[in-house]
Write a protein that binds this ligand. Structure first.
Ligand code: NAD
Length: 439
């Protein structure tokens, strides 16, 4: 592999994974990050994000001297490759806020040269690479410029970054080829090229719209299954055996809700693209609406079992297990667990909260209450154990342990669908009650 000096602008969740892996693959990586907390953590050899394998990886590349993270953009002098991974949040009108993208382009403008390779990995509305980034950089140099969507999922980020096919769409043929060569050479993964940057930008939005809509479909099937008293997972598993087109039907699983930085905004990017072209697209709004309803629905399920006749809730204790938006990650951005907790608190339940994956900084996004790391203590004497994230520590709990800590007849609320039929049977035999979303 050709060793290259690579600048990664925005060393957040995605940037730190991409930058660390590229450093591990032998590139010299300079991370440019404005958050001093992140810069300090990484330069001390720690991961600022609780992502499996990232801490070890950062330590390894720091020790090898192939990664440096700094607030000083002048350290990008001499870089051949620039990767932009800054944030792209929603604005107050549910449209894309691209201010970090233009700021990042302005930041690197003095350091790019003719032939430098610049790649955008942040999720953006189609037209951003060509219409916003290109004009800024062209004031300095004739660069190769491409959009390469980042499609990894948190919790499995490193593994996915190393294995998922990379999509590349450049502003011209040379840009597409240069970017494709970089990823083939650096990761050895399959590279899929699109005819232009706009199409590559649309690929990422199409992926996330599909995921959000598919989870919404599972959510509505779950609501129906609850009314019909059938098991939605049994329905979904059997339905997914049907070949359709080149693959099988593939309905995802319902849960307490959809959170995180991407699925909560990317469908809105599609919606605002539609508006730009005079289209009132129905799917993005519908999938967001359904998925946003699931936390309240989950709180209703818990409440309707613990207090079926609307009796006083004040003495009842709920052990909340997991506040991150996803299994095996500490990320609490836009987590659906927050509205569940708020709803249960407003109803008058006493909550004890535990998440072994979240840092204190992450936890403050959700609650001002203490968030413990001690699972067993959290369960002690509770009327309900509400599993809102499916972290592996929770999956390792035995039914005997749950029954010993919880009150007799306590409710196990399964917000992430990880209990097998066998375990559910064991729960009932141990004097516990079980309720999942749609089962
Ligand atoms: N988190 C995911 O799972 C995921 C997956 C795929 C794609 N994405 C996309 O990747 C992008 C980044 O997501 P993220 O989760 O890593 O966000 P993040 O907020 O964790 O990271 C962005 C980082 O960029 C830094 N930054 C912003 N402007 C800067 C500047 N001018 N100079 C230096 N640093 C700057 C911020 O301080 C922040 O640390 C988004 O567009 C997101 O949609 C995220």
């Amino acid at each position: 592999m050709k060793k290259t000096k690579v600048a990664v602008i925005g060393f957040g969740y995605i940037g730190s994974v991409i930058g660390s892996v590229l450093a591990d693959r032998g590139h010299e990586v300079i991370g440019i990050e404005k958050d001093s907390r992140i810069v300090r953590a990484i330069n001390e050899g720690h991961s600022p994000f609780n992502e499996p394998g990232l801490e070890e990886l950062i330590k390894r590349v720091k020790d090898a001297g192939s990664l440096k993270v700094t607030e000083d953009v002048s350290c990008a002098t001499g870089c051949d490759v620039f990767i932009i991974t800054v944030g792209t949040p929603l604005d107050e009108n549910y449209g894309p806020d691209l201010s970090q993208i233009s700021a990042a382009a302005q930041l690197i403008k003095p350091y790019v040269r003719d032939g430098s390779l610049v790649m955008l990995k942040s999720t953006v509305p189609p037209g951003t690479t060509f219409g916003i980034v290109r004009p800024i950089l062209e004031e300095t140099a004739k660069v190769c410029l491409a959009f390469c969507p980042e499609r990894l999922a948190e919790g499995r980020a490193i593994q996915e970054f190393l294995n998922i096919p990379v999509v590349v769409g450049g502003i011209d043929e040379k840009s597409t080829e240069t970017a494709a060569e970089f990823w083939r050479d650096s990761l050895g993964v399959e590279v899929i090229t699109t005819g232009d940057a706009q199409s590559a930008e649309m690929v990422k939005l199409a992926d996330n719209l599909w995921i959000d809509l598919n989870i919404a479909l599972a959510g509505e099937l779950a609501k129906l299954a609850d009314k019909m008293n059938i098991d939605v997972l049994e329905v979904i598993n059997a339905a997914n055996s049907l070949p359709k087109g080149t693959h099988n039907v593939n309905i995802l699983v319902p849960s307490v809700g959809v959170g995180g930085y991407c699925l909560t905004k990317d469908p809105w990017f599609v919606h605002s693209m539609g508006k730009r072209y005079g289209l009132d697209l129905k799917i993005p709004r519908a999938s967001r609406e359904v998925n946003d309803s699931m936390p309240d629905y989950s709180a209703y399920l818990i409440d309707s079992i613990l207090c079926p006749h609307g009796e006083a809730r004040s003495g009842k204790k709920i052990a909340v297990l997991g506040i991150a938006f996803k299994n095996n990650t500490g990320d609490c951005r836009f987590t659906p667990t927050k509205p569940v907790i708020e709803k249960l608190e407003s109803l008058g339940y006493i909550l004890k909260i535990c998440d072994p994956w979240t840092t204190e900084h992450d936890a403050r996004l959700v609650t001002n209450r203490e968030v413990s790391r001690n699972i067993k203590e959290t369960l002690e004497g509770a009327d309900c154990a509400a599993f809102l994230a499916g972290h592996r520590e929770f999956q390792e709990l035995s039914i005997t342990e749950l029954a010993a800590r919880l009150k007799p007849q306590a409710l196990i609320f399964d917000g992430r669908m990880f209990f097998s039929k066998q375990k559910i049977r064991e729960m009932r035999e141990a004097g516990l009650r079980y309720k999942g979303v749609g089962r």
